[in-house]
Design a protein around this ligand. Structure first.
Ligand SMILES: Nc1c(NC[C@H](O)[C@H](O)[C@H](O)CO)[nH]c(=O)[nH]c1=O
Ligand SMILES: CC(=O)[C@@H](O)COP(=O)(O)O
Length: 231
């Protein structure tokens, strides 16, 4: 028989683990909500673990025990001001290079304005956006770069080929990042018309290549300074 009464109605929800670095103090918040839980050896162990960590818990049947005030929540984020020593790769599609060259120009201008040295940027040209993923993954696995920026422009034609290319490119860039552990940034335009593409490559809607470069800088910093696995 579940001795729910022994624990009352508690949900232990670790709301935030403050850091991936084991040497830092893990931080957990406890939240209480009306979820009937049945006790089990695992749960008992979990509760005893949390108790041994200086957490207590209160329930209808138990008086408050040693609930320790934990430290303030810490937030981790990458910085745009620490790009100097980082290395970046840019994978750019030659297909629709009338557009992709402008996206690349915007990205390079952004890297320069955030003090990324030219010798720390490698640009790799591929035939089309479909080829970006596999190249990004290889570059990511090389561990030579803190971030890989992927630039392309997929523009709708008369057939459903557009959907195939967009879907493949999107999952290719996502998989490259997940498989390599190096941030791969999606700077690929997916447009219905050439005009939409021009507007996003330095026109009235800005330059998506420049925007993606900012993301690349931030993610490089986040990974390098906060998420790098301990050697
Ligand atoms: N139509 C577009 C393409 N198509 C080419 C593919 O990306 C790929 O190179 C080809 O299917 C061979 O594998 N690529 C773009 O980047 N943008 C397009 O609009
Ligand atoms: C995104 C594409 O592949 C597209 O440019 C191809 O055009 P279409 O669908 O007219 O063959």
């Amino acid at each position: 028989m579940a001795n729910t009464a022994a624990f009352g109605e508690i949900g232990l929800v670790p709301l935030r683990q403050s850091t991936f670095n084991p040497s830092h103090r893990p931080f957990f918040s406890l939240s209480f909500h009306n979820t009937a839980i049945s006790s089990s050896p695992k749960l008992t162990a979990a509760l005893s673990f949390t108790q041994s960590q200086g957490f207590g818990f209160a329930s209808k049947e138990q008086k408050r025990t040693d609930l320790v005030q934990t430290s303030a929540v810490r937030e981790l984020r990458g910085s745009l001001l620490s790009a100097q020593g980082h290395r970046f790769a840019i994978v750019v599609s030659r297909f629709n290079d009338l557009i992709t060259k402008k996206l690349l120009e915007g990205a390079l201008d952004t890297f320069k304005s955030y003090s990324v040295r030219e010798e720390n940027i490698d640009v790799v040209w591929v035939p089309g956006s479909f080829e970006i993923g596999v190249v990004a993954q290889q570059l990511g696995k090389s561990q030579k770069y803190q971030s890989i920026l992927c630039i392309g422009a997929v523009i709708k034609g008369d057939t459903s080929h557009y959907d195939a290319v967009v879907n493949a490119t999107t999952s290719g860039v996502l998989s490259a990042g997940l498989n390599s552990g190096t941030p791969c940034i999606f700077g690929v335009l997916t447009c219905d018309t050439l005009e939409q593409a021009f507007n996003r490559a330095g026109g009235k809607s800005g330059n998506k290549g420049a925007e993606a470069a900012l993301t690349s800088i931030e993610m490089a910093s986040l990974f390098e300074h906060h998420l790098k696995p301990l050697e």
